[in-house]
Design a protein around this ligand. Structure first.
Ligand code: CTP
Ligand code: MG
Length: 228
């Protein structure tokens, strides 16, 4: 079965507070999204990389993506939420995807994706019934608070993981799960809501999501200090 990447990139980056959506902010001389796209396009196990852009995206056409090769395909079918954008992408590739093909969904806002992340995820899930996601064990002690910010509970962290992307599921399973899901912030929760159990594949903290301005500095540092 084939592997398709879908990269949702139709968000506005409101928490970043920049003049343009964060996926296009410059990061080491390239648009932020270029870093992850280049890793996905270069991954031997991935057959095509679909970028889901906003229907009124004005920025994509201003950059040169030709260096990323023929696997890269923009789709102008973004939706109101991340889940809608991913679902739009899944619908748009329906004519070429087989039911059992794998789909790897990766946030445009995670520029520090490394080749070994993709490699480990696809290898560990290759024979899995359901699929799964990259994740890292939670390091901090977590508190649940009430509306007055009084701690009501300390949550045992030993079984808690932070979800990352890529998240990898079978085309038909993911599409059905997202079509039936409401208010999910990642693919895995849609799969869980459908009664299935995604598997966690341990990644590392370098695969951070750029959400706030500080994250952009961290991402720059990570990319600059990476070996090889
Ligand atoms: N995304 C998308 N379509 C949306 C919302 C988000 O494709 N309607 C994408 C973003 O472009 C990003 C990824 O989903 O690559 C993760 O979302 P997030 O970090 O929340 O990005 P934004 O929604 O753009 O940022 P914010 O929530 O701060 O506005
Ligand atoms: Mg968002």
């Amino acid at each position: 079965s084939r592997h398709y990447a879908i990269v949702p990139a139709a968000g506005t980056g409101s928490r970043m507070g920049a003049a343009q959506p964060k996926q296009y902010l410059p990061l080491l001389g390239r648009p932020l999204i270029h870093h992850a796209l280049s890793v996905l396009c270069a991954a031997p196990e991935i057959d095509a990389v679909f970028v889901v852009l906003s229907v009124d995206d004005r920025e994509w056409a201003r950059h040169d993506w030709s260096g990323l090769g023929p696997k890269l395909k923009p789709l102008f079918c973004g939706g109101a939420t991340r889940a809608d954008s991913v679902l739009g992408g899944l619908r748009a590739i329906a004519h070429e995807a087989e039911q059992s093909d794998w789909v790897l969904v990766h946030d445009a806002a995670r520029p520090c994706l490394a080749p070994w992340h993709v490699d480990k995820l696809t290898r560990e899930l290759a024979h899995d019934e359901v699929g799964g996601l990259l994740a890292v064990p939670v390091a901090d002690t977590l508190k649940r608070a009430d509306h007055h910010r009084h701690v009501v509970e300390t949550v045992a962290r030993d079984s808690l993981w932070q979800a990352q992307t890529p998240q990898m599921f079978r085309y038909v399973m993911l599409r059905r799960a997202l079509e039936g899901a409401r208010n999910v912030t990642d693919e895995a929760s849609a799969i869980e809501a459908a009664g299935l159990r995604p598997r966690l594949v341990q990644g590392d903290a370098t695969n951070l999501k750029v959400t706030y301005p500080l994250d952009l500095h961290l991402a720059e540092w990570i990319l600059q200090n990476r070996e090889g």
